[in-house]
Design a binder for this molecule. Sequence first.
Ligand SMILES: C[S@@+](CC[C@H](N)C(=O)[O-])C[C@H]1O[C@@H](n2cnc3c(N)ncnc32)[C@H](O)[C@@H]1O
Length: 312
Amino acid sequence: MTVLEAIQKSAEFLGKKNVESPRLQAELLLAHVLKMPRMKLYLNFDRGLTPAETDTLREFIKRRGQREPLQHITGATSFCGHEIAVNRNVLVPRPETELLVELGGQFLQGGAGNPLPADRRAGDCAPRQVLDFCTGSGCIAIALAAKCPDAKIVATDISAEALALAKENAAQNQVAERIEFRLGDGFAALEDPGERRQAGARESSDMSPHAQFDLMVSNPPYIPSAEIETLEPEVRDFDPRAALDGGADGLAFYRLIAGQAGALLKPGGKVMVEFGDGQAGAIQKIFETEKWIVEAVKDDYSHRARILVARR
Ligand SMILES: C[S@@+](CC[C@H](N)C(=O)[O-])C[C@H]1O[C@@H](n2cnc3c(N)ncnc32)[C@H](O)[C@@H]1O
């Protein structure tokens, strides 16, 4: 079988399985098997596949036909130009989340109305403390750390398995020394375990959170629980449920963030949260009710409101 025949047969099979963009998916999987950039396939249409390559491609196409995400099959995705390994324990990073990194990076670099201290040049990053709440694969923390060499990032998640992969991703992308990964449910991840033990012996109210972050970014779970069953199989069956489920109305994490993040921010600090299509109004209301000043609601590249920027 030639490269061209393999693409045609695979695309036809994937099309019958209702996979979106079947030809592109077939090409990406074949390029992965042949370890060549997709565009190079076009210069190799007449090249024959070896029996081993044919077997591997067949296996991959079968899995994709069962609606396993392409990124789970190849084991990685590209996020803000960084290779991020993925598996069943983490949400596959989405392209629209790159906008959160862009906005966070602009803020840390003193852009867009955030002047830098006088001793720093434009393009430099002031030393900044960042919280990436619900980090999953670590994609946001890693991309921000790479963009802003002075930033120190605390990245939290409730999933130990997700954090294990996030740590590997940080090491692979050479930013591990500037990201501290913390395991825990919501803001409990920020409590010092020593402090937690001592406070247990005293009053728990002794553990007042302190203003330590210049920026908090988060892409939390935001799908209403009952809607998860209606999602495409790639998401419903392969992204971890904990990465999707935002409670009955999908807004549980925004209530948590709006209620508690204020105490963690330094003066002038900002919160930037990603949310789902159609949630902008409800989320803006949640933040305003908790006395935040909503500075902006930004659209993603397909003109859907996607990120809220707020300060106290
Ligand atoms: C939508 S995913 C986002 C992952 C990553 N930040 C991204 O943008 O691709 C949400 C993450 O929140 C984590 N999570 C769910 N419930 C949590 C909780 N109660 N406390 C902390 N993290 C939680 C999940 O494990 C998942 O990794």
